[in-house]
Design a binder for this molecule. Sequence first.
Ligand code: PMV
Length: 310
Amino acid sequence: MAVFQGRGHGKIILLGEHAVVYGRPALAAAIPRGCEAWAERAQDSTLSVEPWGVTVRAAEPEQDPERELLRRGFAVICGRYNEAHGGGFKLTARMGIPGGAGLGGSAALSVSVIRALDTLLSVSHTEREVIELSMAWEREFHGNPSGIDSAMAARGGVALYRRGEELAGVQAGGSLSLVVANSGEHGSTKAMVASVARQHARDQVKAEQIFDAIAAIVCNGKSALEAGERERFGQLMDLNQTLLNSLMLSTNTLEEMCQLARAAGALGAKLTGGGGGGCMIALGRDAESAESIASALRARWQEAFVVEVK
Ligand code: PMV
């Protein structure tokens, strides 16, 4: 039987996560690693994700809460294609990024599944439609997505995102050598977004002030990126991390990792994505310095790799 393929990008949020849920801008960069999926016609709709060794059936609720979120996201998408085209679909996906790590794994997965189904069924969704479908999946998966992950997974590149608006591409004035390192602690974006929502409900004025400060960092960061001012960009990453920590999104491990990266020569370091675990990013002075920061981090934690953002 014919099998059709689709891809979605992973992403790092350079500056502005969480505040972006509340309408502030965020700066993000796609990373070469992402997700690939293959689709074929089948009796029942199933999704298998490697290397997780997980298979879910669209029509069979799961006991495990994480698997159930995955199943619900997949079921929403299958339902849409099933209405228009009938039948079931067998999807096999290969994730090149860890899940629950703040690298937009679920959006990369959803976009790769949507694109594989489009290819299988000769459907030509526009990029905007792909993003909207991916957000329908993400709403099941993590509650109140800003849309940044879906937009980056579909489009790639470096961009400024604001909720409800198109991604605006950003032209970097020089490349940024960033280290992405995984704490190995599972961070639930859904739980972290909900925790920020509780803090916002408890003290709206304070939370809005923090979001405004993050927005100022993002605007400043965009101009530093365009001007190729690495040192300024690094300082802004550190400031952003302080504010994320004040929203209780960091962990002892993430703080230790940021400190170690700075001691190893990073110009700045912060968590990326949902937080509460997952990944951090650190900015090297150049590619060589990024490699040595990565090896310092690798000596103590699971995984660290260098991404050139340009
Ligand atoms: O943890 P990730 O990779 O899904 O990133 C989430 C980014 C947030 O700003 C925390 C949430 C969102 O929907 O924008």
